[in-house]
Design a protein around this ligand. Structure first.
Ligand SMILES: [Zn+2]
Length: 604
């Protein structure tokens, strides 16, 4: 797995190459290319040992494997910092080709949180970011007055239907976890901004937005445009969900007008609403009539056979089967005798053929979908293996996740019939379509404004338009404006609700998830169009279609070697990320929602 350093810079930031320090004249284009080749080779070689240390650490957790992974991780961070600073200097060289400029920019933007070279800054940034992350990890809320940890409270938010309990969990989590982080977060922002300036960016947010093959401001405009396309669909879903919540809880808890109370949507951050599908499910059409987990059990599938089925999907499109080492080295089931990281992931150990998945697979529907998703990462990794190191990545950071999700969207009833899991007589009729689509929309459509606003808030914090004195007000304002939700109790500037979402203290850029949600439908629509699918888009299967496979491979094979519009065009024929395919997928649902919402005063 290629991972770009997301940790804070270390003190090694100060060790700039002596050759550069002594240079009096501006470096030439040839110098820049020589530097890039040297950096790529060093990073490639380092990744080979780093990946192995990380793999052992994830599949055999111990003090020793922690120490080994941390040791190599620190080396990688130092390399990334050094190369980013050096790349910033070469960026001024005369006569650079577009490709050289692009490779230099990749190195300059490889760090998520750059520290300035001021003595002590890197250490302080590193300490702050570690502290914030572990505070989040240790965070607790309460339920009926008893402490409850992060993963348990998340699960309880999904299942509780008691508005007082939901409010208690929401408020305690946000008060306990977010509020204490405010000062540290503000300090972290100012150090990272100084680092970003040294690398030649206006601020850290501008640096994050510079990873998309276009000027930083144009990228912000692009995300706004995509949101404007899909907002009408979100508005209908919001309106319908609010009505159902009003019916369930009554006016005192959830009025039938205005914003929705954030804690009623089945998720701590109201980011995905699938957990309250039972509340919104339409009468009689909510149930599909089969469960993939039951089908797998009935046909005697074990975890390995499930992965073989996933491989079969890609083989049917013409992709070469997985190498024997995949089967020998992957962690497909949880080992009996040791601690491992069960969170599913896909790995590429040698940047070539040593691809693996790491899962604790159970025979159920979720894991069947996850297998298809993770293998998408593996086939992508293998497809782009022949490029230099900097290009061993998705076309932009939305692409990698979108590939896996796009393939997961392809697990339609038609596909299940083709692989012999579902009896053709049991294919749900068209009357089940709204149930199928609504269940998908509660997660995928509901997520869109949330996926957008996390970085809207952060971009504002980094560029200073949201000062520390307005952290809470700006956060609540964006949540209301984009998601149409409000906290269950009023908030003030002693709070810091943004900090109660992992990716803020964890410093993980978030727009990638927004892009992935949109892109997966563009990929899906393109595949179905190429396959000549005639029915409703959400029922489409292109299983076994080699022509689709060849086009998909043309995009995957490019990795990050070309600007993302070129990669997108290779598969879909389009050069722009857009919400139109998502709208086409959900068109029957949007029409149905409109009917349901008739006579209601939608909006907030
Ligand atoms: Zn993934």
């Amino acid at each position: 797995m290629k991972m770009l350093a997301s940790m804070a810079a270390l003190a090694a930031a100060l060790v700039v190459s002596p050759a550069m320090a002594q240079q009096r004249t501006a470096p030439s284009a040839a110098d820049a290319n020589a530097f890039l080749d040297k950096a790529e080779k060093a990073m490639f070689d380092q990744s080979l040992i780093q990946n192995r240390a990380d793999w052992i650490n994830a599949t055999y957790i111990s003090d020793d494997s922690d120490a080994l992974a941390a040791w190599f991780g620190a080396i990688r961070t130092r390399m990334t910092v050094d190369y980013a600073l050096e790349a910033a200097k070469f960026a001024e060289a005369k006569g650079l080709s577009e490709e050289t400029k692009r490779r230099l920019l990749m190195l300059r933007t490889a760090l998520t949180l750059p520290a300035s070279t001021t003595p002590g800054a890197a250490d302080e940034l590193n300490a702050l970011s570690t502290k914030l992350q572990s505070e989040y990890g240790r965070g607790k809320g309460t339920l009926r007055g008893q402490p409850i940890n992060g993963s348990d409270i998340e699960a309880a938010m999904g299942t509780s239907r008691n508005p007082d309990e939901l409010k208690e969990m929401w408020v305690s989590w946000h008060d306990n976890v977010g509020a204490p982080m405010r000062k540290d977060y503000s300090r972290l922002v100012s150090i990272a901004n100084a680092g970003a300036k040294e690398l030649g960016f206006a601020d850290t947010g501008a640096m994050w937005r510079s990873r998309y093959d276009m000027p930083a401001d144009d990228f912000a405009t692009l995300t706004d445009r995509i949101w404007a396309e899909v907002k009408p669909l979100y508005d209908e879903l919001h309106c319908y969900t609010r009505t159902k919540l009003n019916e369930k809880y009554g006016d005192a808890v959830q009025p039938d007008k205005g914003p929705i109370r954030a804690d009623l949507l089945g998720n701590m951050w109201a980011q995905e609403w699938g957990n309250i599908y039972d509340i919104v499910a339409p009468q009689g059409v909510g149930d599909l009539g089969y469960d993939i987990g039951d089908l797998l059990t009935a046909r005697g599938y074990d975890p390995v056979k499930m992965v073989k089925a996933g491989e079969g999907f890609y083989s049917s499109l013409g992709f070469t089967p997985l190498p024997q080492t995949f089967w020998d080295r992957s962690q497909i089931v949880k080992p009996r005798d040791r601690d491992v990281v069960c969170h599913a992931s896909a790995w590429d150990l040698d940047n070539k053929d040593d691809i693996r998945i790491k899962m604790c697979t159970k025979v159920n529907s979720d894991d069947f979908v996850t297998i298809h998703h993770e293998l998408g990462h593996n086939y992508y990794q293998r497809a782009y293996q022949n490029h230099p190191y900097l290009y061993l990545d998705g076309a932009n950071d939305g692409f990698h996740e979108a590939i896996g999700d796009f393939v997961a969207l392809s697990i339609t009833p038609d596909y299940l019939v083709k692989i012999g899991l579902l009896d053709p007589a049991k294919v749900p009729g068209a009357d089940k379509d709204m149930g199928l689509l609504l269940r998908q929309a509660m997660d995928k459509v509901a997520f869109l404004p949330f996926g957008l606003l996390i970085d809207k808030w952060r971009w504002g914090v980094f560029d200073g338009s949201i000062p520390e004195s307005r952290y809470e007000q700006a956060w609540d304002g964006l949540r209301r404006q984009y998601q149409g939700i409000v906290p269950p109790v009023s908030r003030d500037e002693t709070k810091f609700d943004a900090g109660a979402k992992f990716h803020i203290p964890g410093n993980t850029p978030y727009t990638r998830y927004f892009l992935a949600r949109v892109l997966q439908f563009q990929f899906f629509e393109a595949a179905c169009r190429q396959a000549g699918w005639k029915g409703p888009l959400h029922r489409c299967s292109f299983y076994g279609n080699k022509a689709v496979g060849r086009k998909l491979d043309a995009m995957l094979e490019m990795g990050a070697s070309k600007p993302w519009p070129d990669a997108l065009q290779a598969f879909t024929g389009q050069r722009d990320m857009s919400g139109k395919a998502m709208l086409a997928y959900f068109a029957p649902l949007q029409k149905w929602l409109k009917d349901q919402n008739k006579g209601k005063s939608c909006g907030w």
